[in-house]
Design a binder for this molecule. Structure first.
Ligand SMILES: Nc1ncnc2c1ncn2[C@@H]1O[C@H](COP(=O)(O)OP(=O)(O)O)[C@@H](O)[C@H]1O
Ligand SMILES: N[C@@H](CCOP(=O)(O)O)C(=O)O
Length: 321
């Protein structure tokens, strides 16, 4: 459960008086997520999510994230719509933290990532990439190569507390990625979600009803988003890769936005980078728990296993056979 900052009733009432959203009828901390504090708010008018931005969120990036969500929602895709207060502001301050009220989307966070769900994901991801083609704001991906080096430096040799030999493996992998990561301009780029894990996709009856948690979104290779989804959707509970999931996801993505041959060829290296990225953030959080926070840290070793798998892949065709 991720609640780092507690909000009491009186503070909430004062905050809500700045909006035209009705009176609160229920307010609960949400039992998922690891990055920010999230509350489900029900009022006499509607349901909302109240987010207080924590640790990794850079306040300077928040206007970008909110504008992006608004752009996607207005394009007719199921993204949360930021709620503006009576003075027209969406980004506010609560308990000394940046905060925002966003619309509540119906649906259930995906927990079965079978082929049908992966197919629906592929179409939704391509739809998002198409809908953001005319989004004119940009944000560098601060969790790409340079950011991985910074994180690895902060973790240092404590990585061996997670698994003996991990420090050396991280060093070796970073050297490989430095030498092989695609150069800027070599692959189609645009706005990516960058964290489209199953818990950030809501579905009902097999249909995508919500794309949420845009707080790592940035401008990067579009195919990197596919690599993130290969990692987070296409492995089973025993961390074995399931090619039929990848096949259905990529087939459906391709219908809306066909991948170029260069993008397909780059998938193994993008998947290696993406596996390392999530292993590093998880490793950092594992080794540096936030005192007093209500949060369930995620296991970095799951992504170490994925990384080891991608190291055996020399051709993207191996992902779909
Ligand atoms: N707009 C929304 N509509 C419905 N549920 C949401 C919405 N935003 C977040 N949630 C719920 O809150 C949980 C945590 O949100 P998330 O943005 O993933 O948090 P974090 O950034 O801390 O990881 C989600 O798994 C989902 O259950
Ligand atoms: N998806 C990341 C963690 C980021 O948190 P999220 O709950 O916002 O997805 C991971 O699984 O490591």
């Amino acid at each position: 459960m991720a609640v780092y900052t507690q909000v009491d009733d009186q503070t909430l009432a004062e905050f809500l008086s700045q909006y035209d959203v009705g009176e609160p009828t229920s307010f609960k901390g949400i039992a998922e997520g690891v990055e920010n504090s999230n509350y489900l708010l029900e009022t006499t008018k509607a349901r909302f999510i109240l987010t207080l931005y924590e640790k990794r969120a850079n306040p300077a990036d928040l206007p970008y994230f909110l504008a992006l969500m608004e752009h996607i929602a207005k394009a007719g895709l199921p993204a949360p719509l930021p709620v503006h207060d009576k003075a027209g502001n969406a980004l506010k301050t609560l308990k000394g933290r940046p905060a925002c009220l966003i619309s509540f989307l119906t649906g259930v966070s995906v927990n079965d990532t079978g082929p049908e769900q992966c197919a629906a994901l592929g179409a939704a991801l391509a739809g998002m990439h198409k809908a953001t083609a005319d989004f004119d704001q940009t944000r560098p991906n601060d969790l790409s190569l340079a950011g991985w080096h910074t994180l690895a430096g902060k973790i240092g040799d404590r990585a061996d507390e997670i698994e003996p030999g991990l420090t050396a493996l991280i060093r070796e992998e970073l050297a490989y990625l430095d030498a092989h990561w695609p150069a800027e301009g070599s692959l189609p780029a645009g706005t990516i979600h960058a964290d489209l894990f199953p818990d950030n996709v809501l579905m009902l009856g097999g249909k995508v009803t919500g794309l949420i948690d845009f707080y790592f979104s940035c401008t990067d290779f579009l195919a990197y988003d596919i690599a993130v989804c290969l990692n987070s959707w296409c492995f089973d509970d025993a961390h074995a890769f399931v090619p039929v999931r990848a096949k259905r996801m990529m087939e459906n993505y391709d219908i809306l936005r066909p991948l170029t041959a260069t993008e397909t060829k780059a998938l193994p290296i993008l998947a290696r980078g993406s596996a390392l990225r999530f292993m590093l953030t998880r490793a950092y959080d594992w080794l540096n728990p936030v005192p007093g926070a209500v949060v369930r840290p995620k296991d970095p070793r799951d992504y170490l296993l994925r990384l080891k798998f991608h190291r055996t892949v020399s051709d993207a065709a191996q992902y779909v056979v």
